[in-house]
Design a protein around this ligand. Structure first.
Ligand code: ZN
Length: 332
């Protein structure tokens, strides 16, 4: 009987065999896809459970955008993210801080602290103030100026030069360009002479250097003179010895033969010209208007600082002070 069956089936036409293979394949495919679908379903569910455990999920679900969340996660340690989550609601403070142009991750906590205690200060100013350390009191830090920064050395009310620091390339400024006894770094003189000639050509005005390199001892005399009145008075009108940019040999107090008085010079066409063109010669207006909370100095229309053409142009274009430039691009 069995034999008979076998004989029978071996006589079946070939196409019958093929159709059963096809049927088998269809079933197999259906079974396999069902398995895969089931497996994926399970892994997706697991993934979903795990995702709910991430900071990305937790922060986005209380209202932070995915972009801000990614930034916060890359900047902050898990403990700090936990603190933010404990607030249980979106806080505009964090996104506003981290999205500022000159934001630096290392200063995050200081920005937060400063902004909370100075609600009226803009985010932009908060970033600038903290970056240059002006959230501290003037002279409160005792940082050494890095003379290895060359003509980009920073000297301000937080960074000072040593008593013995003196550039080796100081030269006398020619009397056609300066009043007597003025010295500056040779590169400064070279560029000032070109700037002087440009102003003479364009405005028929003679720029003059009034004051330039000043040794530590001279600054000490000036400061102590003011200090005889009071410390507050001295700090208001003079830099402490070591803290004057004039010791770098890179600063020039500029006036003109035609408008020697401070007020006249501030209102002159040459001052306007310098504000818009000095960067082409490597100079910046070091203490611009309304930036005293960053520089520590009221506007000084006469005080120009050499930083080289590229940096001067960048500072001019970005409308920032040298303190801000240094903090963001050099000190970091
Ligand atoms: Zn000066």
């Amino acid at each position: 009987m069995k034999r008979c069956e076998n004989m029978k089936s071996s006589k079946r036409p070939k196409y019958r065999l093929k159709s059963s293979v096809v049927r088998f394949l269809i079933y197999a495919l259906f079974f396999v896809s069902l398995t895969i679908y089931g497996y994926n379903g399970i892994t997706n569910a697991i993934k979903e459970i795990n995702y709910r455990d991430t900071y990305e999920y937790k922060l986005t679900s209380i209202g932070y955008s995915l972009e801000d969340t990614t930034k916060l996660i890359s900047i902050l340690k898990p403990e700090r993210l936990e603190e933010i989550l404990k607030e249980e609601k979106y806080n505009e403070l964090y996104p506003n801080i981290i999205n500022q142009k000159y934001f630096m991750a290392k200063n995050f906590e200081d920005y937060v602290t400063y902004k909370i205690s100075h609600a009226k200060t803009s985010y932009e100013d908060t970033i600038a103030i903290v970056n240059v350390h002006a959230d501290k009191g003037w002279y409160e830090l005792d940082l050494n100026s890095k003379t290895e920064d060359g003509y980009l050395v920073l000297v301000n009310k937080f960074h000072h030069l040593n008593k013995n620091y003196k550039r080796t390339d100081l030269e006398d400024i020619n009397l056609a360009y300066a009043y007597a006894d003025n010295k500056a770094a040779s590169i400064v003189i070279e560029n000032f002479e070109q700037m002087h000639d440009a102003v003479l050509n364009e405005l028929n005005i003679h720029l003059m250097v009034n004051s330039s390199y000043r040794p530590y001892e001279d600054q000490e005399l000036i400061y102590n003179d003011y200090k005889n009145v009071s410390l507050k008075y001295a700090d208001q009108y003079a830099a402490r010895p070591g803290y004057s940019e004039h010791q770098t040999g890179l600063s020039l107090d500029i006036t003109s033969l035609e408008h020697p008085g401070q007020k006249a010079f501030t209102e002159s066409a040459e001052y306007e010209w310098l504000k818009n063109n000095a960067h082409k010669y490597g100079f910046i207006l070091r203490y611009p208007e309304n930036k005293d909370y960053i520089t520590g100095y009221n506007t000084e229309s006469w005080h120009f600082r050499y930083v080289g053409k590229d940096v001067a142009t960048q500072i001019y274009n970005e409308k920032i002070t040298f303190d801000e430039y240094y903090a963001y691009y050099i000190e970091k």
